[in-house]
Structure formats: structure tokens, C-alpha cells
Design a binder for this molecule. Structure first.
Ligand code: SF4
Length: 268
């Protein structure tokens, strides 16, 4: 089966590279795709379906949408689209939207609570549908922005894992679009005529101000210095632990031993 467009070929190549680099997909996997109805999750589902038909290994897909319970949310359009494309799917209706209002405490933000609640639902449904992996639609821009957000506002040098085994070892989460840019995902969703469905959450938009700021910063830098974003992404795979200040990576005893080795080699 040939790729339909140049963009599809490029995204397939990047997704395959991610899968190989992080050992994401194995023979017999049943991959549950977290399908929000946004451009990224549609792009992920579409490209995984294309790869499924071309790959030398067999794996299956099931799309799962967690409906937060907002009245205007078009879960019927998600269902119809999946049916038309022959994609196995499940819509999980929840009352997460209402729950957030009830249990949000002062130290939490709606989005972090929402993410935890949705993750809980995804983990439960993954067991019910027999999934061996959970694929999420985070793309390269998400990784880059998360890295900058953590550096600027959380005092941590971290992005997000491309592959993660849950704390209880029961679930494996993968992010196959790690090398795919947000623009590419948007364009791919458009050329694949997939309907972008808003989450209908009242918090949507205004709570992501810091992330929007990072996007703007990166956009401006990219105009001044084309290639900045790919350099940041490359940096995530090119870490020099000894040039950082985390003593867990550079135990002081080891540092002292290295320093004395250095001194004696200079003296001799
Ligand atoms: S904007 Fe709304 S739906 Fe999106 S993560 Fe935040 S609370 Fe959840």
C-alpha cells in the first residue's frame, strides 16, 4: 500500500523511527489510542492505521474517547467517523467535568486534576479492552514546550517520556508522534478530512497561558533562528549528565575521585 501523500510518508517515517528508537510496538500488540477528537489524536490514529497495514508485524488498534460529560461535546461525530473508517472504537461516558468542579482543591489546577482523572479512566478501559499499550497523541512541540515550562516554572530539567511503564507496572504508555511537529499533525488531520472536535471544557484556552507563551516564544525564535525547535528536540536525546548539577547523576564522591585523578594526572 503506497502512502497517499508526501506528508503522510514523512509522518510515517518519523513515527516508525520513534517506534524503533523507543521499542514502542511489538508483534501482537493491541494498541489503545487515546482519542480526544483533537487534531493530534486523529493524526495519531490515522498514521497508526496506515502503519498497521504496511508493517511487517501484526498489531491491532482500538480508539477510546473519554467523554467528560459536557453537553455540547460531539461524541456522536467521533463515533460516526470511526465507523466510516472501519476503526474499532469505544466512547467512555464520564462525569469528569462535573467532578472537577466538586473536588478541585486550591493547590490543584483543573487541567492537572482532569489529566489524572482521565488517565485513571484510560487505565481502567485499557484493561477492559485488552490493550497492551496506550498511545497518546503528544507531538514534538508538546515535548519541547513541556521541557521549557519545566525549566522556567518548575525548576526541573524534564520533558515527558516517549515510553512509560505505569507505577504499578500494569500499563505501557507510548507517544509515537514524538518526532512529528504540531504543524504536520494539523496538516495531516486536515488532508485526511478528519473532524476536529473541541473538548467543550469551560477551562479550555485560558488555563494554558504559560504554554501559549512558550509557543509564542518558540515561534519568535524560530523566525529569528530557523531550526531552534529541532535543536531543542535533539537536545532531549543528547544529554551530557556530567554537565548538569543534579548530584544524583554526579555523586559528590565520584566527583571528588575524578578531581583527585585529574590533579594527579596533571602533577605527574
Ligand atoms: S482544558 Fe479542560 S478538558 Fe482540557 S485538560 Fe484542562 S480541564 Fe481538562
Amino acid at each position: 500500500m503506497a502512502y497517499r501523500t508526501e506528508l503522510e510518508a514523512r509522518i510515517a517515517k518519523k513515527t516508525t523511527k520513534a517506534s524503533v528508537d523507543f521499542d514502542m510496538i511489538q508483534e501482537g500488540d493491541r494498541i489503545m489510542v487515546g482519542l480526544s477528537g483533537g487534531k493530534d489524536s486523529w493524526a495519531l490514529l490515522q498514521i497508526l492505521d496506515v502503519l498497521r497495514q504496511r508493517a511487517p508485524i501484526r498489531f491491532s488498534l482500538v480508539a477510546v474517547n473519554v467523554d467528560s460529560g459536557y453537553k455540547a461535546f460531539k461524541h456522536d461525530l467521533i463515533a460516526r467517523t470511526c465507523e466510516e473508517r472501519g476503526w474499532e472504537y469505544r466512547i467512555e461516558h464520564t462525569e469528569i467535568g462535573e467532578l472537577i468542579e466538586d473536588i478541585l482543591d486550591v493547590n490543584d489546577t483543573p487541567c492537572s486534576l482532569c489529566a489524572r482523572l482521565r488517565r485513571g479512566v484510560l487505565y481502567r478501559v485499557a484493561k477492559e479492552v485488552g490493550a497492551t499499550k496506550i498511545a497518546l497523541g503528544h507531538h514534538a512541540d508538546d515535548f519541547i514546550e513541556t521541557l521549557l515550562l519545566n525549566i522556567f516554572f518548575a525548576g526541573a530539567l524534564k520533558a515527558m517520556p516517549a515510553k512509560l511503564v505505569s507505577d504499578d507496572q500494569q500499563h505501557v504508555v507510548i507517544r509515537p508522534l514524538v518526532y512529528v511537529g504540531e504543524d504536520e499533525a494539523r496538516q495531516y488531520c486536515k488532508e485526511s478530512t478528519l473532524p476536529i472536535i473541541g473538548c467543550c471544557c469551560p477551562a479550555c484556552g485560558d488555563l494554558a497561558l504559560q504554554r501559549q507563551r512558550m509557543k509564542k516564544l518558540l515561534m519568535d525564535l524560530e523566525v529569528e533562528h530557523p531550526g531552534v525547535k529541532s535543536s531543542v528536540l535533539k537536545a532531549l536525546g543528547n544529554v551530557a549528565p556530567r554537565h548538569l548539577l543534579d548530584t544524583r547523576l554526579n555523586p559528590p564522591a565520584e566527583l571528588r575521585a575524578r578531581a583527585s585523578e585529574l590533579v594527579s594526572s596533571v602533577a605527574s
